[in-house]
Design a binder for this molecule. Structure first.
Ligand SMILES: Cc1cc2nc3c(=O)[nH]c(=O)nc-3n(C[C@H](O)[C@H](O)[C@H](O)COP(=O)(O)OP(=O)(O)OC[C@H]3O[C@@H](n4cnc5c(N)ncnc54)[C@H](O)[C@@H]3O)c2cc1C
Length: 390
């Protein structure tokens, strides 16, 4: 028997969850989400959860800014707890990046983001443990921090469910049958068939393989990203803000009472999402920790606590794809968020809902995220930015 609904969302990561919740808020409640495993089983459940707004393109900065408004008021706006912790976020850039760094900060301020360049004296007051070279530039975001990605996805799912959505777990989609007229596409799992005029693919690292079934090819690559946690000596470093370090190519944030979570941006390798190494490499931890001690020298005597790997989904310009599929009415793709997806998810749910219900994103101009930019050679370019960093 085939079940019909107003929209089918494939993938129960933070994107699928935010989309189905935002659809419900807009009044589209007869919806079905199909997740092959459990909520947050993909990239979301392994995300570092860092929330900052320092981006080098307006589209990402605006999505991050709009999302922060939701993270800081989540229980009122959506319901549930996402564990948002405001730590502040410091960005470091080497002197050769001065001009682009300042242009980025100006652009972010125009977007409405509370960010500013600070001097070394203020940085030392905000983060006494940090070592900052005289020649480096520093930006400060008061409002940034981190939250719990799995809790966020679950809160969105609970909100959607309470408003009429149906969630199917352990329901891998094995095929999609596109209706030529666009009237009603069929989405097939091992046990059932679902039908809708609107199908949204939010399958993270598995998106390319699912799209292949309908002969759509997009440059979305699953890559392995490692993170690890170290236990600080609280006498030396009681706490510290989050940090994005363009000089040493690392990012870090405090976690819980005495841990620091660390990752970096230049170890990514393309992997098979179904059989990649989910552990972390000690050689990676040694390299990244060494770089961390250049920024926080007294963290050298911390204790290694644990680590793991998860999956980024990358595109050639490291910007996501949020778009309808050219030539197929009612089919949408939302993927390719590399290390940014968690912090953008609330606004992505909003713009995807607008795209589906009004034919156009209103809250944020997502024109730069169209899928045809790869074929047309209109990639998003940035003068200076983190490469693959959370
Ligand atoms: C280690 C790590 C650290 C990160 N740190 C940060 C950070 O600090 N800040 C930040 O903003 N972002 C960060 N990210 C990125 C962020 O986590 C991702 O961009 C985001 O979680 C992507 O969400 P998603 O819903 O698109 O994908 P996913 O979470 O991967 O969800 C896709 C879902 O689709 C399901 N699925 C796949 N195929 C099918 C199918 N055929 N049928 C049904 N279901 C299917 C999967 O099981 C999965 O649950 C990090 C990522 C990793 C891996």
């Amino acid at each position: 028997m085939t079940e019909t609904c107003d929209a089918i969302i494939i993938g129960g990561g933070v994107m699928g969850a935010s989309i189905i919740s935002n659809l419900a808020t807009s009044g589209v409640t007869n919806t079905i989400l199909l997740e092959k495993s459990t909520i947050g089983a993909g990239s979301t459940g392994r995300s570092s959860g860092a929330i900052r707004m320092h981006y080098s393109t307006k589209v990402n900065a605006t999505l991050a800014h709009e999302s922060l408004k939701v993270f800081t008021n989540f229980s009122d706006l959506v319901g549930g707890e996402v564990g948002f912790v405001k730590t502040g976020y410091m960005v470091f850039a080497p002197s050769e990046a001065s001009q682009a760094f300042r242009e980025n900060i100006s652009m972010q301020q125009e977007v409405g983001i509370s960010t500013r360049e600070i001097d070394h004296k203020e940085a030392a007051e905000l983060a006494p443990a940090f070592k900052i070279a005289e020649t480096e530039h520093i930006a400060w975001e008061d409002d940034s921090g981190h939250a719990d990605p799995s809790a966020t996805a679950l809160a969105y799912i609970n909100h959607a469910r309470a408003n009429g959505a149906t969630i199917h777990l352990e329901a891998p989609v094995i095929d999609i049958k596109i209706s030529e007229s666009g009237s009603s596409h069929q989405v097939i799992t091992e046990k059932a068939c679902f039908e809708s005029e609107t199908v949204i693919i939010a399958t993270g690292p598995w998106t390319s393989s699912l799209l292949k079934k309908i002969n759509v090819s997009l440059p979305l690559l699953p890559t392995r990203h490692q993170v690890f946690l170290i236990k600080r000596n609280l006498n030396k470093i009681p706490t510290h803000p989050g940090g994005g370090d363009m000089t040493n190519l690392i990012y870090f944030r405090p976690e819980g009472h005495d841990l620091t979570l660390v990752g970096n941006g230049n170890h990514e390798e393309t992997v098979n999402p179904d059989s990649y190494n989910q552990k972390y490499d000690l050689s990676y931890a040694a390299d990244v920790w060494t770089r961390l001690t250049k920024r926080i020298p007294s963290i050298a005597d911390a204790e290694l606590f644990t680590g793991y790997s998860g999956l980024y989904t990358t595109t050639p310009d490291l910007h996501p794809i949020i778009d309808s599929v050219d030539g197929i009415n009612g089919l949408f793709v939302c993927s390719g968020f590399s290390g940014h997806g968690f912090k953008l998810a609330p606004a992505v749910g909003t713009v995807m809902t607008e795209l589906v219900t009004q034919g156009k994103a209103i809250t944020v101009d997502i024109e730069p995220l169209k899928m045809n930019r790869f074929a047309d050679g209109r990639l998003n370019t940035t003068k200076y930015s983190f490469k693959v960093i959370a």
